[in-house]
Every structure is written in C-alpha cells, then in structure tokens.
Design a protein around this ligand. Structure first.
Ligand SMILES: [Zn+2]
Ligand SMILES: [Zn+2]
Length: 713
C-alpha cells in the first residue's frame, strides 16, 4: 500500500476518541493474543482490509477466529468477522476494544475466508461482498437449537458415524465411460482428479452418477460440494443422493427453504455432522470440512452466475476451491461450454466421455427440418405452422407415451447477420483505445506481442445493431457507426435481423392433437415431472419436466429464435438447451429440430457431439477476442462517472478499451476492457484500485464493475 493510499484511510475510525473514559471504561486486554483482526462490514473498496481491535479479557474465550463480532467503526456499530488473533498490532496508538462477540459459533472457516479473498481479487470485489454471499445471515434460534460441535451431546451420535448405505445393487453409471471407473477410484483414494464430463443422455443418469462420485469421496474420508442450476435439479439430485449415500449423509441447500431451515442445514455442514452438500449456486461456499470433491452440473446455465456483487460464477469459484484445497473437480453436462473446453485444452482437466457406440445406442434419432420444410397437410397442424416431419413424429410418439415440444420464450433480442450468408455481423473497427506495450527493455524498440492472435483481437468484434432511422449499423460495444461494413465471410454489404421464428402457443399445438391432454411448463409454473401417460408437453427451454420412463418423441421449435439471439454465446446456448431437452427422451426416440442441417449447432445435436462444437466455439472466440480466450470487464454507470474512471484507471499494458456506449435512455453508459488471460489479475487489481480511489473521494456515482459478465450483448 502506498503513502497516498494510506492518507485515504480513516485511521481515526478505529482509534478511540481522544477524550475517552479510559481510566475507568477501558477494558483490560485478554491475557494472550490480545489483538483481533476483523473484517468489518463495509462495502467501500478502499477499506477492504482487516482492522485491528483489542480483545477484552471478558471475551478471551469466545473471540476465536471465525466468530461474528460487533465493532465500532467510523463512529458506528457494525458487524464483522474475526479473522485471527495476534500478539501485536502494526497499528500505533491504542486499539478500540471489540464491542461484543455475537455468538461463539465459528461460522467463517479458514478455508472459506481464504477462498472469499481469492474470489474478491478475481472479480475486482471486496472481501465483505463475497462474505455476504458465502456466510448466511445468523438465525439465532437455529444456532441454539442444535448444540455446537465443540460440545456434542453423548446421546446423539454424529451423523458421519452412521454405517454407510448398502452398496448399490445396480451397476455403476460410470462403467459406461472408459475412464469413469478410474475417476471413482481416484476419488476413493483421496486423489484430486479433475474432469470435464460429457454425460450420456438419460434424465436421471447425471444425478445418479454424481451421487456415486460423492459416495466414493465420502468413502475415502473426504467431503463434497455439488452445485446445480435450479431447484428442480436439486430435488432430482437430493433423491439420488439419498438412495446412493444412505439417509442423513447429505443436505440439500436451496434459497426457497426459508432462512431458519437453510441455516439449520448449513450449520450441520459447518459442524461436520454432514459432509456432502448439493444445492444451487450459494452452496458453492458451503463450509464442508476436508473437501475432496467439488462438482458442477450444466455449467453453461446462466443461473450459475451470481446476481450480486462481485458477480462470481460457480464454475470459477469451485475451480478456485479445488485449486486451493487440492480437491477433485467434476464439471458435467450434456453439452460443453467453451470455458470447460479451455480447461481441457490447457491440461487442467481431462475429458470423460462415452464411446461412440454407447452414445449411438442412447441418443435420440435427430432429424432437422429447415426453413423451407413442408408444412403438415392436416388443417390444425398447418395453423400451428408445424412442419409435416414434426407433426408425424409427435403423432407417432403419442401412440407410446408423452411427447415434448420445446417452444421459445418471448423477448429475445435478435442479432444482425449477413443477409446473404447469415454470418453474425461484427464490428471490424479497431478498439477505441489500446494501452501501449512498454518499449522493449533491451532495444528500446516498440514491442510486438508474440502470438497476438491468441490474445485480444486487434479489432473490436462487437455485435452490430441497427438504430431507428440509420441505414448503417452501429456497434453495441464501441458505439461507432460503420457505414462501409461488409460481411467478413462473403463480402455482402447487406444486413438483416435474424428471423426469430414464429411463436406457437400451447393452444395452437393442442388443436393439432385434439384427443390428447396438453400440459405446459414455463414461466407461469414449472412442472418437475410428469407420468408416463400420453400427453403433449409444451415447455420453454430449461422448464422441461422429466417424464417417467422418458419422452416418446420431441420437437424443438425454437431453432432460429435461439440461434438468432444477440448473444455471443447463442450457438453454444442453443446446443445446451437442445441437448438438455433431448436427454429426456427414451433411447433412440425420434427428435425433430427446426433448423438447417448445415449449421454447426444442429450438427452437434445430430451427431450428439458437443465436444467438437465447443472446440470450434473456443477457437472462434480466441480469434475474435471473446472470453474465455481473454478476460473482459465492463464498467457501467453514469456517463461522466464511467468516463472519469476510464481516465483514472491504470490499465495493464496491451489492454483494449471499447466504448463507452449508452446502454439505455437513462444516460447510463457502458465501457468494456479486454486483456489477455494472463493480464486478468492485473486488470482486476487496477479496477479495484480505481473504485477505491472513487470511494475514498466520496464520489457519489457508483460505477458497476463486472469481470467476465455472461451477458456480452
Ligand atoms: Zn455474408
Ligand atoms: Zn465496435
């Protein structure tokens, strides 16, 4: 920390007032380790460090590392966590005493404290912000209802002493993957294998296999954390975990449990009574002791990204946890993200996938119906604009059980593409600003970046859009209008918004199959499961219920809508949503997708080959300068604030600035900063520093900093 930074710190905040009632009021210090390092609940980035307080003798026993405390800070009583006890303080002058220890429960474990610091640094956030995500608010009743670990009652044996469940009668799900059994062996042996797992289709397979991996970890004497996208997935996994692990050996954590029940379960984990956790994204911070495995299912789902500052992503947090604790990691999904592919490409993780013959025996038989597909002759089906291929597949499927129709959600922002060849239209102007590289230290000559193609692109590559009245497209990232735009693939100067596809309603579709029950699952209510009976299930992506025994057929109606979204991940996301729906079918059931067979995303589904698609996607992103090939950060806020911060921030060399551009009518602007991956830590530190300077100056307009945001539109 520099001198000038020091001047910004309100050191007076932690000094007792000069005229304190010292002679009488000052408590006597604890006999040993009288200094407490406390992280105080302050969102201010320039105060993101521990402050020292005096431990009064009366709190010597309870003021242990990890407890919640109340302290006086800048004249106010605030909450904090006690990080450590020390013999001495670097702070000269007398220390303020701790006000009180809120509870002797040591809720912040050393592992989570260290992880939270690493997450804050990765995302240019503060420790306090991350701790707010990591440690749930105290629920006093739940805390006192169960005795603390330090004092176990003799009549109730700790849960982990229960005999393990009987070995499952059925064969291991991992036998279907050539390297599956050795992955389980490594978990059981206490090693740290890291795998990106392409799961075979089948509705419950992933949950059962994940439960087996957790079981192997527990059998090896270690704990496990499993994070899944939503409550439906938690419910599915909860059931499988109960079956595979036996009763009382895991807890499920979801937001909708209510604060008391959620805290009660969380305490069981903290106290070591339970060593396996499955939950939605907040569970990524579950304080499992002796962590042996972290796992994430369907890491491409947007729900894995935290909505609160500093917006960490569950895959990144779990990766940091695995790295820091030496735990194993399992990244699973039917589809594959570019981020997971990057982990394989760098050698950090190994792929687990089934042999082609196994895949062929289980995957649906996919048939594409292009734009020009012939409509069904049936009058009602024609009104619902169902291609005859789709209509026949559904009618045939309905003879044997439930069928699924995936319809698009409303409100996608359409992307611009080349009118002629459909290549997405991207900005081909240079970045708004590029931070110069320092001159070569030996020759003094300007340096060039070795392997520049693998770093940030030399061009902006932001998505183009049309604004009312303008014939020429403008760039959503750097804001410039490009009157001379030409398609990078075919040279055509003409653009169009990608067709978003017609929205078919459940009623329209139902009329095409008049004698069948129609059930819907989506925004107005999500069905978790449906029975094996004949039914037409109409669902939006992500809301498809699991059908008992699997669907007999399915039609994916949202091809163009998904692929045409103005989102850099549109192709990857389309494959993910299609495969997640397709995985719910019976083996080799018929699946019709509305999309052109020539499109890479449709090819991935046709061949059930998410890996080739993801590898191609990663290659494209490296070429264009998109994450995860680069680190990207956005600054969003009032126009003047964003511009001021851009001027002040000391960006790492080779950083590229795009924008700022207006984001809405309210005068807010957004700028993007892009650096090579190796510059990610320096970028986060620079942005944190600039935020700190603004906060210390009490600048009123807050600039929201987001590192690697998902919504790069
Ligand atoms: Zn073109
Ligand atoms: Zn641009």
């Amino acid at each position: 920390m520099t001198d000038s930074d020091d001047a910004l710190l309100p050191l007076d905040a932690v000094r007792p007032p000069a005229s304190s009632k010292d002679t009488k009021g000052a408590p006597s210090p604890a006999p040993e380790r009288p200094v407490a390092r406390v992280v105080v609940d302050s969102p201010l980035p320039h105060l993101d460090r521990p402050f020292d307080y005096l431990v009064p003798d009366s709190m010597h026993e309870t003021a242990e590392p990890g407890v919640r405390v109340r302290v006086r800070f800048a004249g106010k009583l605030v909450d904090g966590f006690l990080l450590e006890r020390a013999d001495e303080s670097d702070h000269d002058g007398r220390l303020m005493p701790l006000e009180r220890v809120v509870s002797p429960e040591r809720v912040l474990t050393p592992e989570i404290a260290g992880l939270a610091r690493a997450v804050a640094d990765r995302y240019a956030g503060t420790l306090t912000d991350v701790l707010r995500l990591a440690v749930p608010p105290r629920h006093a009743k739940a805390e006192s209802a169960e005795p603390a670990k330090q004092d176990p009652p003799s009549e109730e044996p700790a849960k982990q002493d229960l005999p393990p469940a009987e070995p499952s009668q059925t064969e291991s799900a991992w036998n279907a993957y050539p390297t599956g059994p050795s992955f389980l062996d490594a978990l059981r042996d206490g090693r740290a294998p890291r795998a990106v797992w392409s799961a075979l289709p089948g509705a419950r397979g992933w949950a059962g296999a994940t439960a087996e991996a957790v079981r192997a970890t527990l059998d090896g004497g270690r704990g496990a954390v499993v994070v899944v996208p939503d409550g439906k997935d938690v419910a599915l996994a909860d059931g499988e975990f109960g079956r595979v692990l036996g009763p009382g050996r895991h807890v499920a954590l979801t937001a909708d449990l209510g604060p008391a029940e959620r805290y009660r379960r969380w305490l069981k984990v903290l106290r070591g009574q339970v060593r396996a956790v499955v939950g939605t994204r907040a569970a990524m911070f579950a304080p499992v002791a002796d962590l042996g495995l972290v796992a994430i299912w369907d890491d491409g789902d947007d729900l894995h990204a935290e909505r609160l500052a500093p917006y960490p992503h569950a895959r990144e947090v779990l990766g940091l946890r695995a790295h820091r604790t030496g735990a194993a990691m399992l990244i699973g999904g039917y589809a594959r993200t570019a981020e997971a592919t990057q982990l394989v490409a760098s050698g950090w993780a190994r792929p687990i996938a089934a042999a082609r013959t196994t895949i062929r025996a289980l995957a649906p038989r996919v048939r594409p119906a292009g734009e020009d597909a012939e409509l069904a002759k049936d009058q009602a089906a024609r009104l619902a604009r169902l291609p005859s291929l789709a209509w026949r597949a559904l009618r045939h499927g309905l003879e044997n059980g439930p069928v699924l129709v995936q319809v698009p959600r409303r409100g996608y922002l359409p992307a611009l593409a080349c009118l002629h060849c459909r290549t997405p239209a991207r900005c081909v102007l240079p970045p708004t600003r590029r931070v110069a590289l320092p001159p070569d230290p030996h020759t003094g000559a300007a340096m060039t970046i070795p392997g520049a193609a693998a770093g940030p692109g030399h061009l902006c590559h932001g998505p183009l859009a049309l604004r009312g009245g303008h014939a020429a497209p403008y760039c959503r990232w750097c804001g410039r209008v490009d009157a001379d735009w030409r398609c990078s693939s075919c040279g055509s100067p003409r653009l169009r918004a990608v067709v978003t596809g017609a929205r078919r309603t459940a009623e329209e579709l139902g009329r095409a199959f008049p004698s069948v029950q129609v059930r819907t699952s989506g925004r107005d209510g999500v069905l978790a499961t449906i029975p094996a009976a004949r039914a037409l299930v109409v669902a939006t992506p992500g809301a498809e219920p699991v059908a008992e025994g699997g669907y007999a057929a399915a039609v994916l109606l949202d091809g163009w809508a998904l692929l045409g979204r103005a989102d850099l991940r549109a192709g990857e996301e389309a494959v993910r949503r299609w495969m997640n729906a397709a995985a719910l079918l019976r083996p080799v059931a018929e699946l019709v997708v509305l999309g052109d067979a020539a499109l890479p995303a449709v090819q991935a589904l046709l061949r059930w080959d998410p890996v080739t698609h993801a590898e191609r996607e990663l290659g494209d992103r490296a070429e264009l300068g998109f994450p995860p090939a680069v680190r990207m950060a956005t600054l969003t806020g009032a126009a003047s604030a964003v511009r001021q911060m851009l001027e002040e921030v000391r960006l790492p060399s080779d950083a590229e600035v795009l924008g700022p551009v207006p984001v809405d009518e309210s005068g807010q602007e957004r700028a993007m900063i892009r650096v090579r991956r190796s510059g990610g830590a320096a970028l986060a530190a620079a942005l944190k520093g600039a935020s700190g300077v603004r906060a210390a100056r009490k600048t009123p307009d807050v600039v929201k900093v987001s590192v690697d945001p998902l919504d790069l539109i």
